[in-house]
Design a protein around this ligand. Structure first.
Ligand SMILES: Nc1ncnc2c1ncn2[C@@H]1O[C@H](COP(=O)(O)OP(=O)(O)OP(=O)(O)O)[C@@H](O)[C@H]1O
Length: 466
């Protein structure tokens, strides 16, 4: 039960009767009440016109100057939802009828019986209030949901994210999406774009961690033909491509100092100049950036410019790690299983066994939703019957069968460790995945259940050309 007290106004020129009602509310209403007494109708109307808010009113019919029925009409105009109980010293059917017709909820005749009904009326008002706030919360949740139907999640943590997305779509502030790798930051960024006034414009993604530093400036701002060796044609940078829309700068923490300075200037002037170009031209771009690093700490250590930080981080959307989203894990797993079985009709009717569900819930998901997605897709393929078992999920093991470090899967369920520390095997797996995914890094990362940055790191390490 909500412990917020019911705010009750007692409007009566007879302070004794107000005191009796207040006493009865305190003793026997069963709901906490906060009463405020008004000695005249005018005083109450003044309060109502000001900041005061009430959940229930006991209103005397006969008062000098402004009578109860006049006050009631005023309440009906200003606060039609506020329940009003008329109170009178005499039982007069015509007055009672007029009161009810004017919108009063009830009519009490002063006396002991009337006082007995006071707690009942208070409880009814409290119940009604609880219902109204439940409906409001539901309406709000449905509204937040509508802004990003593709984001799966019913947990309070994800409700918070959706709330923030629905606020972020209203304006044009620079948004920073923060969260662990694979937690859905890009999905959130897309939702912000799609829900915003820029939805008809382009949504362009640049992973600042994936582009070699020397190419970064041209990626961001474009280049003219002949600007440098290899610049065989004019190239539009992501700022130009995103003109009129949203630019998603992933891994923003990876930008070096020189580019941080350039980016700051562009954000300040909203103009860009292509590498090797003479003129600067205007662009209208909203920035959504993402990082799994602690930018604030990077500012403190001098790795990230403070002025740029404030330009980029005008509104923050934290995306919680999957392990903190409770039953969302199962919801997402079901969704991914359904999607994969729809793609491959042979896998039809596959479902998780109870042990698989338990394993899904217990596991720590260091790779978050991306890891869950590939674990489920892989499991659906390798499961031998209709049941996808805990073993099929191979949780805590990479595609190469290699066990993760204990820290990475503190709550790892079930799978016995299997050590295959063969660098060669990893290299082959990467090459194989790249081939299947036609060189697409994003797809390769997803297939292997590792992040894009890891793919880039491994490509470098094994000197593979994507
Ligand atoms: N709540 C969600 N509902 C449905 N799908 C999700 C959800 N969160 C993430 N995904 C899916 O998980 C995958 C990873 O998400 P995404 O690329 O947005 O993560 P990220 O945080 O941007 O990762 P990185 O830090 O590596 O860039 C994507 O396929 C995405 O569609």
């Amino acid at each position: 039960m909500d412990s917020t007290p019911l705010r009750v106004a007692l409007v009566d020129d007879d302070p004794d009767f107000s005191r009796l009602i207040a006493l009865r509310l305190k003793r026997g209403a069963g709901v906490p009440c906060k009463t405020t007494a008004f000695a005249s109708g005018a005083a109450f109307v003044d309060a109502l016109n000001g900041e005061a808010a009430f959940d229930l009113v006991f209103l005397d019919v006969v008062m000098p100057e402004m009578g109860g029925l006049d006050v009631l009409r005023h309440v009906q105009e200003r606060r039609p939802d506020l329940p009003v109980v008329m109170v009178s010293a005499q039982s007069s059917i015509p007055v009672a009828l007029e009161a009810i017709e004017s919108g009063a909820q009830d009519y009490l005749v002063k006396g002991d019986d009337a006082l007995d009904r006071v707690p009942v009326l208070a409880r009814a008002a409290a119940d009604r209030l609880a219902l109204v706030s439940q409906i409001d919360a539901l309406r709000q949740r449905l509204g937040d949901r509508a802004v990003a139907p593709e984001i799966v999640g019913e947990s309070p943590e994800m409700a918070k994210v959706l709330r923030l997305v629905s606020q972020a779509v209203r304006g044009d502030l620079a948004i920073a999406v923060v969260g662990e790798s694979g937690s859905g930051k890009e999905l959130v960024a897309r939702a912000v774009h799609r829900g915003s006034a820029r939805a008809r414009g382009p949504f362009v993604v640049l992973n600042c961690g994936a582009i070699p530093a020397e190419l970064m400036e041209s990626e961001l701002f474009g280049h003219e033909k002949g600007a440098f060796t290899g610049a065989i044609a004019r190239h539009a940078g992501v700022f130009e491509q995103a003109n009129g829309g949203t630019l998603f700068l992933d891994e923003i923490g990876e930008l070096d100092a020189r580019l941080q300075a350039k980016l700051l200037r562009v954000l300040q002037d909203q103009t860009i100049r292509r590498v090797g170009g003479r003129e600067a031209f205007q662009v209208d771009v909203r920035i959504v950036s993402a990082t799994h690093r602690d930018l604030q700490a990077m500012v403190a250590s001098g790795e990230f410019r403070e002025d740029l930080f404030y330009r980029l981080v005008q509104f923050v959307i934290p995306v919680p790690p999957l392990r903190d989203r409770g039953l969302d894990v199962l919801l997402l797993a079901e969704r991914f299983l359904k999607a994969v079985t729809a793609r491959y009709p042979d896998l039809n009717a596959r479902q998780f066994s109870p042990s698989a569900r338990k394993a899904l819930l217990r596991y720590g998901w260091p790779g978050n939703v991306r890891e869950l997605k590939s674990a489920v897709e892989r499991a659906a393929l390798v499961a031998s019957g209709v049941n996808v078992g805990a073993g099929d999920l191979r949780l805590g093991r990479s595609l190469m069968g290699e066990a993760r470090t204990p820290a990475e899967h503190a709550t790892h369920a079930g799978a016995e460790s299997e050590i295959v520390p063969f660098e060669e095997l990893k290299r082959l797996a990467l090459e194989h995945a790249l081939q299947i995914c036609e060189g697409q890094i994003e797809k390769t990362a997803e297939a292997l259940g590792i992040t894009r940055s890891t793919v880039y790191r491994l490509l470098k390490k094994y000197e593979i050309e994507a």
